[in-house]
Write a protein that binds this ligand. Sequence first.
Ligand code: UD1
Ligand code: CA
Length: 462
Amino acid sequence: MTRPLHVVVLAAGKGTRMCSRLPKVLQPLGGAPLITHVLERARTLAPQSITVVVGHEAPRVRAAAQAADVRFVEQHEQKGTGHAVHLALAGQDPDSRVLVLYGDVPLVPRADLESCLNASAPLTILGAEVDDPSGYGRLIERPPGHLDRIVEERDADPATRSIRRINTGILCAGARDLLRWLAAGEAEAERRRGEWYLTDVVAEARGEDRPVALLMSTRPEAVLGINDRVQLAAQERLLQSSRAERCMREGLHLSDPARFDLRGSLAFGSDCFIDANVILEGDVRLGEAVTIGPGCRLRDVTVADGAVIDAHSLLESCTVGPGCHVGPFARLRPGARLEAGARIGNFVEMKNAVLGPGAKANHLSYIGDASVGARANIGAGTITCNYDGANKHRTDIGADAFIGSNSALVAPVRVGDSATVGAGTVLTRDAPPERLTLARAPQRTLEGWRRPGKRPRTPGKD
Ligand code: UD1
Ligand code: CA
């Protein structure tokens, strides 16, 4: 029978090098906190339990990691990674196997974790060979290929610092052994300014003459811990390029995978095209042959077949029907719904409003708390005045209505089917169907009027 697996996730540190009020494990990567990525990876291993060690800003970290399969252990004082694991193991089945994951190493490949679990040594360490090892613990192999101990950067002499094989922090061992090695390391920790290193377990195991397996990561760039914003940005690029690659392999046409940011989930049909610098957040669903122009941001949006979202448009919590055209420079706010073939043009904002099939608002409008019937045409500069300073009111515009440019529709108000509203109207009462309604001062021309000329200048005066 295989021994039960317990995963321990270290997430109590402050992350001083981030220079942020946000705890490090809550920094966002690909639209989700670092800790979320670590937990996702832990779950793929189907462990018997997951323990997250929290400390700095514990309530916030707990709230982000909260789940039925997660238990929390509080490390009140951050005395080091060894101390954190020691706390996490209290009360755990000593016969279980323990996999330690670091909250700041979010993208560790599943294959690496599986190799760690498949190794049969009493202690397995995941290492990585990197070009720039600075900041990481160095692997001391003696003889080569046999891990003897790990030396932290701050304790390393120049020769040790030049070693390019580093500790990823990820390790696997039996709970009983790990506890014993950790307890032995505590004395050593006291000597060293009170910091209790998890990495000392290697030397302890070797001291007992137990073999230590060293596995080297298959993807060294993905197992580098994130300590500062430079490293955070590097991991973000890594994650985004793998997301872009996955989408392209599934048939998405990306103009430039290096300028694509997927910060949530994306579903798409065949022949969709996404131009440069598009940001997708939350849950985005695209039908077939959808085009998204450059510089758009979509959050929680559904776009149906054949629709075009033109350059620099912002869409949030809305639905765009088949064959619609949105933008450039459009803003669809929550509750906007465009039915088949509707068009929203530049500098048009829509909120909590429905645009019926084939209806258009092509330029410079605000349509809020409104319904617009099929084929209606909203002229440039039309505003639904939905807010009276205290309450919101609705505007209903019938099918085939025509709203002249620069009209203000003062809600609550209705425009009947096939009604025409003259340009510049301030509509305060309902406009009946099929008639022209307009509210504007009559035009006058003053006969005999002349534009004043400049007065002649008086010499000597200014
Ligand atoms: C650690 C390793 C180093 C390794 C590197 C890989 C130790 C002593 N060093 O260094 O060998 O190369 O990670 O990224 O382990 N944490 C706690 N409680 C604490 C201290 C830290 O939970 O008391 C958590 C942090 O929140 C973080 C993780 O442990 O998620 C690692 O801590 P960090 O301080 O970043 O260790 P490094 O200096 O990066
Ligand atoms: Ca770290």
